[in-house]
Design a protein around this ligand. Sequence first.
Ligand SMILES: [Zn+2]
Ligand SMILES: [Zn+2]
Length: 340
Amino acid sequence: MAKMRAAVVAGPKAPFEMVERDIPEPGPGRVRIKVHACGICHSDSLTKEGTFPLVRYPRVPGHEVVGVVDAVGSGVARWAAGQRVGVGWHGGNCGFCDACRRGDFFACQTFTEITGITYDGGYAEYMVARAEALALVPDELSPVEAAPLMCAGVTTFNCLRHSGARPGELVAVLGLGGLGHLGVQFAAKAGYRTVAIARGKDKEPLARQLGARYYIDSQAHDPAAELRDLGGARVILATVTNGGAMAAAVGGLGANGTLMVIGGAGPLTVFPGQLIGGRLAVKGWYSGTSIDSEETLAFSVLEGVRSMNEVFPLERVAEAYDRMLSGRARFRVVLTLREG
Ligand SMILES: [Zn+2]
Ligand SMILES: [Zn+2]
């Protein structure tokens, strides 16, 4: 049987082990992908550190996967060997439960399939995914360019386009890291008056280069007061991992404004009076399904949105993961594998 290399986590907090495994066969409704690149997302720490109840071990993490279809299981329509595809966090859905019948595939009640969590992900030469989880990757994007768009990209893009903000309205992106540097680009290209909020004056040139019209240094200024001076934000896209920083920005929402939360953080305290008086909302957003990913990739090609990446070969997965976890990466970390 043909073998492949994979980076495996044996249990909670276990180190990455490079192992040789049989190349998996795609069962019914599944597709095998030869992986070319896989982004390292902060959520991979759920698998690595064992902080998520659905993880089963041993597990290969990775839900920012890009490669080519290598083999197709029975009962799969549309996909064929040789197509360039990606897989994100959304690992599949049943299509027949009440949630799926309403089009809420993210809330599928039959099973919660999450790539790299409930089945093996992209830190390997090959992986098998459910067919409905696949997104077509356009030729214009290299594997390294496309990979971070499969989670960080689709999460920010899909959140913004469902936020209720219309072109010309004030949209603030809180945080300028892996998610935020994409959020600013998507917001600017979508036609919003885009505000970037980050700590320190030194991030301003980058924020403006990414398309921000305004920059707020949250160390030197109160972001809520600054946003009110600009007329109040229709939407604040909260990408930071700090509930206190999110709470400090809520006062910058204009009437009917919404704080869209995509950063995993500790408790977030908001005052009911604040919400009531401004008819404000605080809302979480799930990344998206495969068609959302496909549309994220298409928009990125159309408008020139690109993630800034640090690239490591799969063999250096431990170092690459630590780099992501340090928060010092500029801005996403991507693993590469041999193509061909
Ligand atoms: Zn992710
Ligand atoms: Zn379902």
